[in-house]
Design a protein around this ligand. Structure first.
Ligand SMILES: Cc1ncc(COP(=O)(O)O)c(C=O)c1O
Length: 453
């Protein structure tokens, strides 16, 4: 007893929390990455408060997901009310529950016309895995069972299940988990600052990147390709905003070769870029939409896919042997769906997409002003999703990971949370951020850069 009591007393210090924390394995774990982990106790708005008394401006909204900000009573209440009634019941085998019915109904046609059916998951990796399986299923039902491959882009991040690990276009996520899953092909991303594909005379980056897709389809044989997957704005790959001509061309190529277009809007969905969903910027519609993260603003684990009416029809008209044999214990989790519904209601009421557009402009302009530093090579963004690329030579656009880490650390020391992604630092604060808090991000980042310079 005495020991238990003593243990409790001594564990109130940060060091002891971290000692105890060694009993869990964290995502993308290396012992160095957690040696000085920040122990976060609570959050309010855009601010995080740590166990050792620091106040941090969360420029990443958690993991690009806490769109309505921390500490929202209404979401806590929605979870409480639903948990009291019934937190969970099976959504399998002829059972359903009211919050999942209501949320699926709310989402019907909400993101894009013609996407009226939702399948719920617990997060983004499961959503993309479900999208791949559904694409394969669709082509089997259409009498084209040889269509199974997925084309993705270099630098893409689609998750960490076995399939999404190899759909991801970042080698470091794959190196220790090979051999690679067969059937995932990667093409250059439409990166206007640093395009890694081949460009023909007179071509734009958007045209060259779209041509890379068509060439990959022809090389593999369209009869073997089920789907193309893309994040409208690449997140983990370095916040890559595509040129305006890219996605309309991609849509046309997918149609021409009968390839399903999967939009991975796990980051860009639910207002982040200034539209409810990001392909709206270019007037393009996917066949399958993957979402997660901000559907609940991170208040409950929830994700899903939305499928076109044509795909729905193939599932609806299947024989017993062709059952869409897929689903998770937590598909349509009642409490998570209740939180999702309340979260969307709140985002509609407070007009978050419009806010993201307006405040995103302010953030972008502020970050642009930091180009006065010799090592700020590029600033890019769409809505409240921005990236600042650090280079050692502006003309040669030489990436500088060491300097990027220095700026990242200096920003952390000044109470600003950002994240190194690709060759850039990412900024994706809660959409609930105020103008003053946007300016505070720029101020703290500027001070960090000053210190490093
Ligand atoms: C674009 C994208 N897709 C998929 C995922 C995977 O989502 P999750 O971590 O919820 O499985 C992420 C996570 O960051 C993501 O950014």
């Amino acid at each position: 007893m005495m020991w238990k009591w003593l243990d409790k007393m001594t564990n109130t210090t940060e060091t002891n929390w971290l000692e105890k924390d060694k009993r869990q394995l964290h995502p993308v774990y290396h012992p160095n990455s957690h040696a000085n982990a920040m122990v976060v106790e609570r959050g309010e708005g855009v601010w995080l408060y740590t166990a050792d008394g620091r106040k941090i401006l969360d420029g990443m909204a958690g993991l690009w997901n806490v769109n309505v900000g921390y500490g929202r009573e209404e979401l806590a209440q929605a979870a409480y009310d639903q948990m009291k009634k019934m937190a969970f019941t099976s959504n399998f085998s002829g059972m359903t529950n009211l919050p999942s019915i209501e949320l699926a109904d709310k989402l019907a046609g909400f993101a894009y016309d013609g996407l009226n059916t939702t399948f719920f998951t617990s997060g983004g990796s499961e959503s993309n895995d479900s999208a791949f399986k559904t694409a394969r299923y669709y082509w089997k039902r259409k009498g084209k069972p040889t269509k199974y491959k997925v084309i993705a882009r270099k630098g893409a991040y689609h998750g960490v299940t076995l399939a999404t690990t190899f759909a991801t276009g970042l080698e470091k996520y794959q190196a220790m988990f090979g051999p690679a899953m067969e059937g995932f092909i990667h093409i250059p991303a439409p990166n206007p600052y640093r395009f890694e594909g081949e460009m023909k005379a007179g071509e734009t980056v958007g045209q060259a990147a779209a041509r890379a897709l068509e060439e990959a389809i022809l090389r593999e044989g369209a009869e073997t390709v089920a789907a193309f997957i893309a994040e409208p704005v690449m997140g983990v790959g370095g916040v890559i905003v595509p040129p305006d001509d890219y996605f309309p061309l991609v849509r046309a190529i997918c149609d021409k070769h009968e390839i399903l277009f999967i939009a991975d809007e796990v980051i860009t969905g639910f207002g982040r870029t200034g539209e409810w969903f990001a392909l709206k910027h270019w007037n393009v519609k996917p066949d399958i939409l993957s979402f997660a993260k901000a559907v609940t603003s991170g208040y409950a684990p929830l994700g899903g896919i939305q499928i076109s009416d044509a795909i729905r029809e193939t599932i609806e008209s299947a024989s017993d042997a062709e059952t869409w044999m897929h689903g998770y214990t937590y598909s349509g989790h009642a409490m998570a769906c209740a939180v999702g519904l309340k979260n969307i209601e709140l985002m509609e009421r407070e007009q978050y997409p419009a806010r993201a557009k307006e405040l995103g402009k302010r953030l972008f302009e502020g970050l642009e002003s930091l180009k006065e530093f010799g090592f700020v090579g590029d600033v890019r963004g769409l809505g409240l999703l921005c990236g600042v690329e650090i280079v050692s030579d502006k003309d040669a656009k030489t990436a500088d990971p060491a300097q990027t880490m220095k700026v990242f650390k200096a920003a952390s020391e000044r109470g600003l949370r950002t994240r190194p992604v690709g060759n850039a630092l990412a900024f994706a604060p809660p959409l609930a951020i105020s103008e003053e808090e946007v300016d505070e991000i720029v101020k703290r980042l500027g001070a960090a850069m000053d210190a490093v310079a």
